[in-house]
Design a protein around this ligand. Structure first.
Ligand code: HEM
Length: 122
């Protein structure tokens, strides 16, 4: 059984991503990144992308993760905050601690892709 199945398949992942995304949109540090963007479309892409990561059917047709985040200049603190909200959301949705850990491990793999290296000059 994949993580996707244990999270409740398409409906479960979709519900979790929607709840996560609502929390991210109002987050003090993360929310402002999405001002003036089509958030519904981002949430839809985010759900498709995560379904595939967790072992569900591949439906994601958006840009590569590096390409879609590079211009944001994300730092470790943004990734940390994102993962913190993931943990809180899944805990509130009664996902098992083991599945939460596996989810975070999967998302951690994207850290080097999403976080822009800081030059020693700044
Ligand atoms: C593992 C963590 C993450 C995943 C899986 C993820 C996934 C995605 C996906 C699939 C898209 C849509 C790309 C497209 O439409 O082509 C996207 C866009 C975006 N993400 Fe993330 N993301 C993650 C972390 C973050 C973090 C930490 C931030 C910081 C706030 C962030 C901010 C954004 C923004 C602002 C966009 C829209 C960029 C634009 O269109 O200008 N993401 N993300």
């Amino acid at each position: 059984m994949t993580l996707y199945d244990r999270l409740g398949g398409a409906a479960g992942v979709d519900a979790a991503v929607r709840e996560l995304s609502a929390r991210i949109r109002v987050h003090t540090l993360l929310g402002p990144f999405f001002d003036d963007l089509d958030y519904d479309q981002i949430v839809e892409h985010r759900a498709d992308y995560l379904v595939a990561i967790f072992g569900g059917p591949e439906a994601y047709e958006g840009r590569g993760m590096r390409e879609s985040h590079r211009h944001l200049g994300l730092r470790d603190e943004h990734m940390d905050a994102f993962l913190h909200v993931v943990r809180e959301t899944l805990t509130d949705l009664d996902v098992s601690p083991l599945d939460i850990e596996q989810t975070v491990v999967e998302l951690e793999r994207l850290r080097p892709v999403l976080v822009v290296p800081q030059s020693s000059a700044d």
